[in-house]
Design a protein around this ligand. Structure first.
Ligand SMILES: [Zn+2]
Length: 134
């Protein structure tokens, strides 16, 4: 077993510790697009700390995760739900939504308009500036 693999396993274990809390919080819905009845995965909102951190984790569907993982596959129209998720009371959901809007706003006028409406406190704003998605 390679070192990298062992590390991944360790991290996975760390994440599964609070998996139940995440499932409760998300109510079996993707915390971004609110799709339900689909497989959900844990996504860590960057910057990723050495230790898995519950407050950086969100439960999202594989479609959202797939596009976050592979920016070339991003379909801007798909991400219209950011208009709702940017108001989430769950900080990492809000932060990733704003970071994604900032990315989309380079091409999409609607994303820029949403960014003008969003309210973030200082901590949220500082975090969103640290998220380098792509
Ligand atoms: Zn989703």
């Amino acid at each position: 077993m390679s070192k990298g693999h062992a590390k991944h396993q360790e991290r996975h274990h760390g994440l599964s510790q609070f998996g139940k809390d995440l499932v409760r919080r998300c109510g079996s819905k993707c915390e971004l697009c609110e799709d339900h009845g689909v497989k959900l995965v844990v996504y860590e909102v960057p910057p990723i700390e050495a230790e898995p951190d519950y407050d950086h984790c969100i439960m999202i569907c594989e479609t959202c995760e797939g596009q976050l993982d592979r920016p070339k596959t991003i379909d801007a129209t798909y991400w219209r739900f950011l208009a709702n998720s940017m108001w989430s009371s769950v900080t990492p959901v809000k932060v990733i939504s704003v970071a994604m809007l900032q990315h989309l706003a380079k091409q999409e006028a609607w994303a820029g308009e949403l960014l003008e409406q969003v309210y973030m406190d200082e901590e949220e704003r500082a975090w969103s500036e640290e998220v380098e998605l792509f």
